[in-house]
Ligand binder design. Structure first.
Ligand code: NAD
Length: 512
């Protein structure tokens, strides 16, 4: 990527006119073929326009895929340790830029600074981890069944990969996809969520500054139907990785299947946290607050159902609700704020609608439920932390992903009952159990039907070197993070070298 183009992604930015960001295709910052743009506004204060981005179309996707295809010819031949060195350099640069990028992220998506620093840190952790993979990428060598014959399996890159990402982890999730993909020798076209494109720009700009060659990573901004669809349908795209809702996952999975693309779908969740009578209540309450209201409940792993054993139910509810009421809501740029706004008007509308659904189903609204509109909240998408109690596990608020600060507390008789409630749902991403009984902990680790189980910690807090993903409607069996990502972004090639100087027939010639 030529440095002069890298330093100029922005057309104009003055005190009164927001910055205009262009697509990044073949190492150049270019306008969309449509000539159209869209605004990225701060959800805590919608008067603040974070930037203007390109509203791209099919022609832009085609240009980006062409660039990625050309770049693949050379990039696949760069030794993996050399590719990984660039990613390592990017990790060091992200460390230096962390604070600026965290502030950009809080402005564009609303989560509090402590969490956006964590989001950038997750990209840094992923970069260090994947840089190490460049010197591993292990494959098996194994004895041949025939004499004087050598057998091994090597990892090969797939080709052009399309990545489609959500808005809730706008740097971490793109990093989970881009970094293993390029270390493995693939080239990429990424479409960030329309609400949070800037954080992806910051990540890709850093990778470019670190030395990723032109065309290896391309960004096309815009909307799902006009950019996402042509990405998933393009015949030259060989792998698609989507993180998003189960509804969109179904569309993307169906589309990718038509041309036999590798397809990784990381989708929704409705994550249970079980609290048994013997739990450390202080720990469980703090964990349930962090899991339920961190990122304003907008995490795929959010603790949206808390299943509490009857012996401590009353005390748990009272203390949890009191703490939820005391959470400070506001603009995430204020270091004292604990919960930011919803991402946009539509998500806030969904959250408030579920409050009505819960009420109409007969759950008890114990706190919250209202939009915040006065004073500092007047120009943002704020609502109160909301807790329903005595929720029946069959109610919609206990079954459907809300993706907002709305927690359902469900009573249970014992661990077996709790696990039945926890598992009786469409999703299977994360899960948690609070207990001091090691036997119960191990039973739950075995029986909870989810991709992730935490013991004595809430349902959020994944680390980048372990597999991340879920079962049932949460995905299609792939995992991000750790070695699972290397598995997704490579194909196995088995190689046999016969140095016997004669025709040896496997399964037929059986040495005495
Ligand atoms: P979304 O499904 O609305 O959008 C995700 C991305 O898909 C966006 O970039 C969007 O523009 C694009 N898209 C929309 N329609 C498309 C189409 N027809 N073809 C191709 N692309 C299309 O999700 P969101 O609102 O951005 O994010 C919230 C969802 O993401 C929640 O359901 C959450 O659980 C899920 N999520 C899952 C994980 C995970 O790892 N399992 C992590 C974070 C978020």
């Amino acid at each position: 990527m030529a440095t002069d183009t890298l330093t100029a992604p922005v057309i104009v930015g003055t005190a009164t006119r927001p910055k205009i960001y262009r697509n990044f295709i073949d190492g150049e910052w270019v306008e969309a073929s449509t000539g159209e743009t869209f605004e990225n506004r701060n959800p805590a204060d919608t008067r603040d326009v974070v930037g203007i981005f390109q509203k791209s179309g099919k022609a832009d996707v085609e240009a980006a895929v062409d660039a990625a295809k050309r770049a693949f010819r050379k990039w696949r031949l760069v030794p993996a340790p050399r590719r990984a060195e660039i990613v390592y350099r990017a990790a060091e640069m992200l460390m230096e830029r962390k604070e600026d990028y965290a502030r950009d992220m809080t402005r564009e998506m609303g989560k509090v600074l402590k969490e956006t620093r964590g989001d950038v840190q997750e990209a840094i952790d992923t970069a260090y981890y994947m840089a190490g993979e460049g010197r591993r990428m292990f494959g098996p060598t194994t004895p041949s069944e025939l004499p004087n014959k050598f057998a091994m399996a090597v990892r090969t890159p797939i080709g052009v990969c399309a990545m489609i990402t959500p808005w809730n982890f706008p740097m971490a999730i793109p990093s989970w996809k881009l970094l293993p993909a390029i270390v493995c020798g693939n080239t990429c076209v990424i479409k960030p969520a329309q609400d949070t494109p800037l954080s992806t720009f910051n990540l890709v700009r850093t990778l470019a500054d670190a030395g990723v060659p032109k065309g290896v990573i391309n960004i096309v901004t815009g909307f799902g139907s006009s950019v996402g669809t042509p990405m998933t349908e393009h015949p030259e795209v060989r792998a698609v990785s989507l993180t998003g809702s189960t509804e969109v996952g179904r569309i993307v999975g169906t589309s990718a299947a038509k041309t036999f693309k590798h397809c990784s779908l990381e989708l929704g969740g409705k994550n249970p946290m079980i609290v048994l009578d013997d739990a450390n209540l202080d720990l469980a309450i703090e964990g349930g607050l962090w899991g339920g209201f961190g990122t304003t409940g907008q995490r795929c792993t959010a603790t949206s159902r808390i299943i509490v054993q009857k012996g401590i139910y009353g005390e748990f509810v009272e203390r949890y609700v009191n703490r939820a009421k005391s959470l400070k809501v506001g603009n995430g740029l204020d270091e004292t704020v604990e919960m930011g706004p919803a991402i946009n008007a539509s998500q806030l509308g969904t959250d408030l609608n579920y409050v009505e659904v819960g009420r109409s189903e007969g759950a008890k609204l114990k706190c919250g439920g209202n939009k915040l509109t006065k004073g500092e909240y007047a120009n943002g998408y704020f609502m109160e932390p909301t807790v329903f109690i005595d929720v029946d596990p069959k109610m919609r608020i206990a079954q459907e992903e809300i993706f907002g600060p709305v927690v359902s507390i469900i009573p249970c008789d014992n661990l077996e009952h709790a696990i039945e409630i926890a598992n009786n749902i469409e999703y299977g991403l994360s899960s948690a159990l609070y207990t001091k009984d090691v036997n119960k902990a191990f039973s739950a680790m075995r029986d909870l039907h989810a991709g992730i189980t935490y013991i004595n910690a809430p349902t959020i807090g994944a680390e980048v070197h372990l597999p991340f993903g879920g079962v049932k409607a949460t995905g299609n069996g792939h995992r991000e993070g750790g070695i699972g990502a290397i598995d997704f972004y490579t194909e196995w090639k088995s190689v046999y070298v016969d140095y016997s100087d004669r025709l040896q027939k496997a399964q037929i010639d059986r040495p005495e």
